[in-house]
Design a protein around this ligand. Structure first.
Ligand SMILES: [Fe+2]
Length: 394
């Protein structure tokens, strides 16, 4: 391999190309080598509409999903398991959670060849975790295809090691992440404060029904908002399940990219725009730079497609509650960079008037309220956005 000769810049010039294109990472190259599509977009209305292709390594058929802003941060894919079929057994040096979009079946998990297996059954709406580097096999119990979405830390591991063989054929056993106890994949419903921000958390490796499970009151995004963080198999992969009331919408708030919101129930839309455009982009003439995505159960949207800090705001328009699960990879918003012990605040839940990034209803763009009320009227849903919500605090 020959190298080009280095040419020093002349006086008044700067070194380098100046403008250049992003290079494919080792994880990008790995996805391309798998022979299935790679979906890159702001989001999608419904994952069932995603084109899939036969997937030799994993079995079934699949598509990678890499929504804007999540590149290098965490990975995702859709996989369809044929009726009465199964995926190939596999293990890997990255964490993985699964959400069941459609179907029912079972999962087998074991640590080493001949070791005791955990076997548990799942259905539409189940979420479960595969412990780091544990063997696992997904089995479809019905004659209909099952569709699952996975979230992984694969990009971080593959980009660091630059060798898929080391990731998929590594003999190290993470005994601390797995147990043969009978209740390992039994749902745990006890709620405790998470150690980072004190938000509602459940230590459970399995949520059988994320669509209808009970959620504790949170009130951070809108009055009546409910939310829980399931903590699974000691993962760094962070996610939560949240629900907006019928006829209400969240306040906009800003943070950097990682979060992808996946709809579990109801339907709605999300607006997202760069924080530097300010809290009233339509009024200020930047309406064309605001991105919008409409979605329903199985659809999803990236919260900050451009990286950096973006505002995003979620609107429930169905006659049933709008329930979302947000996946971050190992990017818990309470773990921003800084030395241990440095003071930090839950800035996404605090108003911009209090030092946070949340836009109170009385300071938001008037276009938002007007359009929301018009949309609800069209959908025949009664608004719960009482006028008092728009009054500035006295
Ligand atoms: Fe957010």
């Amino acid at each position: 391999m020959g190298h080009e000769d280095w040419v020093e810049p002349k006086a008044g010039q700067k070194a380098g190309f100046g403008k250049f294109k992003k290079l494919a990472t080792p994880y990008d190259a790995f996805m391309e080598s798998e022979g299935i599509p790679v979906f890159r977009e702001l989001g999608m209305h419904d994952i069932r509409e995603l084109p899939l292709a036969p997937w030799k390594r994993v079995g079934g058929s699949g598509s990678y999903i890499q929504l804007y802003g999540t590149e290098g941060k965490w990975g995702s894919y859709a996989v369809e398991v044929p009726g009465a079929g199964a995926l190939n057994p596999e293990k890997h040096l990255f964490e993985k959670i699964y959400l069941v979009v459609e179907g029912r079946g079972s999962t087998e998990v074991w640590l080493e060849d001949g070791g005791d297996k955990q076997i548990f059954e799942w259905q539409k709406g189940s979420i479960f975790s595969i412990p780091l580097n544990a063997w696992h096999r997904i089995v479809n119990a019905s004659s209909q295809p099952a569709l699952l979405q996975a979230g992984t830390t694969a990009p971080i591991v593959i980009n660091a090691l630059q060798n898929p063989e080391a990731v998929f054929n590594n003999s190290f056993v993470f005994a601390e992440r797995f147990s043969t106890d009978r209740d390992f994949y039994k749902e745990k419903t006890e709620v405790e404060p998470d150690p980072v921000r004190g938000l509602a958390m459940r230590r459970t490796n399995f949520v059988p029904d994320a669509i209808d499970c009970e959620l504790p009151l949170d009130n951070r995004r809108s009055p009546g908002y409910r939310r829980v963080e399931p903590y699974m198999t000691d993962n760094t992969f962070y996610f939560w399940i949240g629900q907006h009331e019928v006829g209400r919408y969240s306040k906009a708030h800003a943070h950097t990219s990682a979060a992808v919101l996946i709809c579990l129930k109801g339907k709605g839309y999300t607006y997202t725009w760069p924080e530097h455009l300010g809290p009233t982009p339509w009024k200020d003439g930047y309406g064309d730079q605001v991105r919008r995505l409409d979605y329903k159960q199985g659809g999803m949207v990236t919260a900050a497609p451009g990286g950096a800090r973006w505002y995003h705001q979620h609107f429930s328009v169905s006659s049933e509650p709008f329930r979302l699960t947000a996946w971050f990879g190992p990017h818990n918003p309470g773990r921003d960079p800084g030395p241990p012990g440095a003071p930090h605040i839950d800035y996404t839940a605090m108003d911009i008037t209090e030092g946070g990034t949340s836009i109170p209803y009385h300071l938001e763009d008037p276009f938002i309220r007007k359009e929301y009320e018009e949309t609800l009227a069209r959908e025949g849903v009664v608004s719960k956005m009482e006028p008092s919500l728009y009054e500035p605090p006295s």
